[in-house]
Design a protein around this ligand. Structure first.
Ligand code: PLP
Length: 385
């Protein structure tokens, strides 16, 4: 179906932070499959893990015990400080689990028509519930009737949430990205999550963080909330967890524990032996190679490089980032830059119309960071819009 429009590039092979097209041309990948391939393309350890597990056991269904699923749950809960995990196959599915969990939590508390606070410019996925939670009319248009039970608030505005807390009796949870990705790489104030945590504690709401894009080392800690020394009640993850193998997870703790009982939720593929073996290897490599720390340091270097070299550029409105999640906002719509960069052998993304989004693999080298800046800066300086 025509869901993706024209796709001018065709890649046939990858190696680390490089992709090769069908003509053999080489591209530096500063997008990493949209924050998915954190360990680079054709990672030999991941390839070996997939091959070995494929020769042992791919799938049994969740009718049976899956020891690798338990092992991955143990690792994820250790790293995150959470207690329990539900495994899915994508970010949207992980968020669906969170939304269902919040509703069931509400019903158990006697809230008949529970609602969830979500943010303007949020992105949570493309299923009916998650596109309703998404704060972008383009994603929703034509798919009405939308799902009930969501209240919209401005991002990074604690007072707006406090007003909702005073006026709405049905709220059971907040669902929020710790950094908005698709919405334009928006980084909230340093204590935003702490203040949301406090409101949720006072009101008995679940704080549910969508770390599908920000998780797995991307912003400089394994999960972004770890910068804030808080724990959410629910956190979802996907993208970087499988390095390209589809997997998603919804983690819970505290008052979100044991909300689901047998029969309340499930998945045929979720947490199958192959997916779990890959994610276990991803976690092992991120920890062993200190890749979250590397993302923090390299992200800072890249952001400063752009700031220095684009200081006098009229076209640039703002440069922002946390770890290897970097946004360069221009004064004009700049989707045309994607092809101009590809012509120069560089893969970038433009989101929210006028924001260049960079999500390079966590394994990006210093030289690749220099090459990224050297290639992109002149394109921005010359950009006419
Ligand atoms: C990509 C993304 C999703 C959706 O993930 P899919 O795997 O495409 O379903 C949800 N939330 C955020 C924050 C994302 O970046």
């Amino acid at each position: 179906m025509n869901t993706y429009g024209d796709r001018p590039l065709t890649f046939v092979r990858g190696e680390g932070c490089w992709l090769f097209d069908s003509d053999g041309k080489k591209y530096l990948d500063a997008l990493g499959g949209i924050a998915v391939c954190g360990l680079g393309h054709a990672n030999p350890e991941i390839a070996e893990t997939i091959a070995t597990q494929a020769k042992t056991l791919l799938h049994t269904s969740n009718l049976y015990n899956i020891p690798l699923q338990q092992k991955l749950a143990d690792e994820l809960t250790r790293i995150s400080g959470m207690d329990q995990v539900f495994f899915a196959n994508s970010g949207a599915e992980a968020n669906e689990a969170a939304i269902k969990l919040a509703r069931l939590y509400g019903h158990k508390k006697g809230v008949e028509s529970p609602s969830i606070v979500v943010m303007e410019h949020a992105f949570h996925g493309r299923t009916l519930a998650t596109l309703t939670a998404t704060g972008n009319r383009k994603v929703q248009a034509g798919f009405e009737p939308l799902v009930k039970g969501f209240i919209r608030a401005p991002y990074n505005d604690v007072q707006a949430i406090s007003r909702i807390a005073e006026n709405s009796a049905n709220v059971v949870a907040i669902l929020v990205e710790p950094v908005q990705g698709e919405g334009g790489v928006h980084i909230p104030s340093a204590n935003y999550l702490n203040e949301l945590r406090a409101i949720c504690d006072t009101k008995g709401w679940l704080l549910m963080l969508d770390e599908v894009q920000t998780g797995n080392g991307r912003t400089g800690r394994y999960f972004t909330y770890q910068h804030n020394d808080i724990l959410p009640d629910v956190v979802t993850t996907a993208k970087g967890l499988g390095n390209g193998f589809p997997i998603g997870a919804c983690l819970a703790r505290g008052k979100a524990d044991d909300v689901f009982a047998p029969g309340n939720h499930g998945s045929t593929y979720g947490g199958n032996p192959l997916a779990c073996s890959v994610a276990l290897k991803v976690l092992e490599i991120i920890e062993r190679d200190h890749l979250a720390n590397r993302a923090r340091i390299l992200g800072e270097i890249i952001r400063q490089g752009f700031e220095q070299q684009l200081r006098d550029c009229q076209m640039v409105g703002d440069i922002r980032g946390l770890g290897l999640m970097i946004g360069i906002e221009l004064q004009k719509p700049c989707a045309a830059l994607v092809q101009q960069a590809a012509d120069k052998g560089l893969l970038i993304n433009v989101t929210s119309g006028n924001t260049i989004r960079l999500l390079p693999p966590l394994t990006f080298s210093d030289q690749q960071a220099d090459l990224l800046i050297e290639t992109l800066v002149p394109l921005i300086q010359q950009f006419q819009g």
